[in-house]
Design a protein around this ligand. Structure first.
Ligand code: DX5
Ligand code: ZN
Length: 221
């Protein structure tokens, strides 16, 4: 049986204390680092040097979520600096197959992200090029938004397509994942769970990670 992957988003952490913040969540599987360019999404965070600094701490593997225009140009470098996983958006990529292959060439897992209004159907034939599909469960750009349960059918369709192809891709959900929404996402077929505010606003991040992990685990197939 697949084990859940818990990926805390450091979007709203104290960036001046990066090592402390990563240590706070180091019981999780991987840290989710959101790169926003103020073009693809209406918010600006950080770029390659900060993501590389996260990798260099060596505290835990890094999952880079690129909410940027022109990922064909920028995404492979995130793999080259040592991210374990690099996710770029279908809506922004001009050559998703080439970009995914370049990411894999540098030894990272390649992932394709879908905004809420983007369907999985046009990307089914591309599944062999990827290790993970990210089904966004909020409009990308900000932490602290509510989980869109209207995305559950898309998670199910993605799960069915992956199972039908006999491939081994993870399905990640990102946005509004918490104690009250993680079970539905797991039930629908998600295996990898990003949680920002649920973990960083919790009194005890380790305890929250453990709770999310066990809720997800008991609802996964
Ligand atoms: C939103 C980001 C998310 C965000 C999730 O565009 O991609 O990773 O940090 O934050 P929460 O869990 O608070 O919705
Ligand atoms: Zn994200």
């Amino acid at each position: 049986m697949t084990m859940p992957v818990i990926s805390p988003s450091i979007l709203n952490c104290n960036i001046a204390r990066l090592e402390d913040e990563l240590t706070k969540i180091s019981s999780a599987d991987i840290a989710h680092v959101d790169v926003m360019d103020n073009h693809f999404v209406p918010n600006l965070t950080w770029g390659l040097p900060v993501v590389e600094a996260c990798v260099r701490t060596g505290i835990m593997p890094i999952d880079a979520h690129l909410m940027i225009a022109d990922p064909d140009r920028w995404a492979p470098a995130y793999a080259e600096v040592g991210c374990a996983s690099v996710t770029f958006h279908a809506e922004a990529a001009g050559a998703p197959i080439r970009t995914a292959r370049e990411i894999r060439h540098f030894g990272a897992r390649a992932a394709l992200a879908l905004k809420p209004s983007t369907d999985i159907a046009p990307y089914i034939d591309l599944l062999p090029e990827f290790d993970m599909i990210l089904v966004m469960t909020v409009e990308p750009g900000f932490g602290g938004q509510s989980f869109l349960d209207t995305m559950l059918p898309k998670i199910r369709r993605t799960r069915e397509a992956i199972d039908a192809s006999a491939l081994d891709l993870s399905i990640q959900v990102d946005g509004g994942v918490s104690r009250s929404t993680i079970e539905q996402a797991a039930e629908a077929g998600a295996t990898n769970f990003v949680a920002g505010s649920a973990i960083f606003r919790a009194e005890d991040a380790y305890e929250e990670i453990a709770t999310l992990r066990s809720l997800a685990h008991s609802h996964m197939h």
